[in-house]
Design a protein. Structure first.
Length: 314
């Protein structure tokens, strides 16, 4: 790890510790107190309740509890070391979905389709991602494909100015597929490295929305058969199990390639990442910990787990 990446990881750890403080009590220091004596059924039931209340989900909770029970049964862990076993297995689970976004230079432009329900922070995430990519040396274009939500085009245009990214937009109510088609043609003509396509986000249960997003993908394929090269779902962590439902729906319809988890600066407990990792195993590309342009961070499982367990800095 380079000194700059180590510095960023340390900063992310501190930020995560502060923003998940409301929800981390389920894995805080009092967890060790819970297992300070010989583990009993009451302790396991208390841990199970904490995991479920923290949005870890039934499947991941059962798996984690079963692992701990086996440790006790086989005499491999005693007293407080059970917490270390829990932490190790949480890390193992999340490490499976730690996969950074790779901009493949063989695709130019590299097309990223951003999807998600309204209110998840999709357009803001597009802007933050544009900033990260620009700073890393990529030329970026934004496609204002959310022509449904009032103010979305203006919001994306502001992000374009802020990140010095080109923006392709049309009038409110225009067919989103037409906007993205024009943007992809323009990006190709101007030899742009990355095209980020914003989209509308009406309720995930709306068949009309999914059909619209599928149309956007089909239209892209007329120009580049391999596009979109990345389909990222933006998920609001405060939605808990609803976020897991959204991930299932969007993945079934579109074949997601990755996730961005937002609003970890709110009341989110962080457990939803475990539920998603256990049930869907979708790569988590980024975490968002605030509204500032620098609050989008590549997901690092070890850093996230250390924050959840409230570990001190090394």
């Amino acid at each position: 790890m380079t000194s700059s990446s180590a510095h960023e990881s340390s900063g992310v750890l501190n930020k995560l510790k502060s923003v998940v403080s409301r929800g981390r009590v389920w894995l805080g220091s009092d967890l060790r107190a819970l297992f300070s004596a010989s583990p009993n059924e009451e302790a396991f039931e208390e841990l199970e309740t904490r995991l479920l209340l923290a949005d870890v989900g039934v499947s991941a909770t059962k798996w984690l509890i079963d692992v701990l029970r086996r440790e006790v049964t086989h005499g491999k862990a005693k007293d407080t070391s059970l917490v270390d076993v829990l932490q190790s297995n949480v890390l193992e689970l999340l490490a499976r979905v730690e996969q950074p976004l790779i901009i493949e230079p063989t695709h130019r432009p590299f097309v990223v389709l951003m999807v998600g329900v309204n209110g998840a922070g999709k357009t803001t995430t597009v802007g933050k991602l544009a900033s990260r990519l620009s700073v890393s040396g990529h030329s970026v274009m934004l496609a204002a494909g959310d022509t449904f939500r009032a103010g979305a085009i203006e919001q994306l245009t502001e992000w374009g100015e802020r990140t010095r990214s080109s923006v392709i937009a049309q009038a409110h109510g225009t067919d989103p597929a037409a906007v993205v088609f024009d943007a992809l043609e323009s990006a190709r003509a101007r030899n742009i490295d990355v095209l980020l396509a914003d989209t509308a986000g009406r309720l995930h249960t709306s068949a009309g929305l999914m059909d619209q997003l599928k149309k956007v993908s089909r239209v892209m394929a007329r120009i580049d058969a391999s596009a979109p090269h990345e389909t990222l779902l933006v998920l609001d962590a405060t939605q808990g199990q609803n976020a897991l439902t959204q991930a299932r729906e969007f993945h079934d319809a579109l074949g997601l390639t990755g996730l961005v988890i937002t609003k970890l600066d709110g009341t989110a407990k962080g457990g939803i990442l475990l539920a998603i990792a256990r049930e869907l195993e979708l790569p988590v590309r980024f975490l968002s910990t605030g509204e500032d342009v620098g609050d989008l961070h590549p997901f690092e499982a070890r850093t996230f787990v250390r924050a959840l367990f409230a570990e001190p800095n090394p």
